[in-house]
Design a protein around this ligand. Structure first.
Ligand SMILES: O=C([O-])CC(=O)C(=O)O
Ligand SMILES: [Mg+2]
Length: 204
């Protein structure tokens, strides 16, 4: 699948909430999927993995396939009793140029994930480790916190949560989201004046 760096750059510049609004407020992952690394944003095309809950053999297999800029997106069935990744898997993914990790399950070693500076989103943290027996699947459509993710779909995350932009709709979605952002910018300027501020806070 050809990459669209311009669309990705434009999507990445927008708040995740506005991109969700631009998809009729659908395609937003359930709020159980939270950032493990506050302040870091995530944006890129998905490399998808489906694993047996509590088992990360196929995540290790995925490390060999990951391309720079991709987001490692894992459906672990939402199980939160075993961590599917920690510092070692995350470090290896970063070494392959991975731009972020989304786990529909749990993670561990969270202090080091933050120190690595890689955006990681997951349902939970637990010290309990994963089994490594399989089965699993690579590069297939998956479900992540109630949203379908196809290989190559754009995945975006910030402190509010995660949205998935289907690749085939990305152009329309980014235009709608930019339009919404412009409308909101006008409102922010108006509110800043009411607050006696030179500019509306950015949260950055
Ligand atoms: O043991 C594992 O596969 C998960 C883990 O803690 C790590 O990646 O550091
Ligand atoms: Mg570990």
């Amino acid at each position: 699948m050809t990459d669209s760096p311009d669309i990705l750059r434009r999507l990445a510049a927008l708040p995740v909430a506005n991109v969700g609004d631009a998809m009729d407020r659908l395609n937003v992952c359930q709020s159980v999927l939270r950032t493990m690394c506050p302040g870091l944003t995530l944006a890129g095309p998905a490399y998808t993995v489906r694993t047996r809950p509590g088992d990360n053999l196929y995540i290790h297999k995925a490390l060999a396939e990951l391309q720079p800029g991709q987001i490692l997106v894992v459906s672990g069935g939402g199980d939160i009793d075993r961590a599917l990744i920690g510092e070692l898997v995350a470090g290896r993914a970063v070494a392959k140029g991975c731009a972020g990790i989304v786990i529909d399950g749990a993670v561990r070693d969270v202090a080091v994930l933050q120190a690595l500076g890689v955006p990681v989103f997951a349902r939970a943290i637990t010290p309990a480790g994963p089994y490594k027996d399989g089965p699993g699947e690579l590069d297939v459509p998956i479900a992540v916190a109630d949203v379908v993710v196809k290989p190559g779909d754009y995945v975006l995350g910030d402190d509010d949560g995660v949205v998935v932009v289907p690749r085939e709709r990305a152009e329309t979605v980014v235009e709608r989201a930019e339009d919404k952002q412009r409308q909101e910018d006008a409102k922010r300027t108006e509110i800043a004046a009411q607050l006696g501020l030179e500019a509306f806070p950015t949260g950055a």
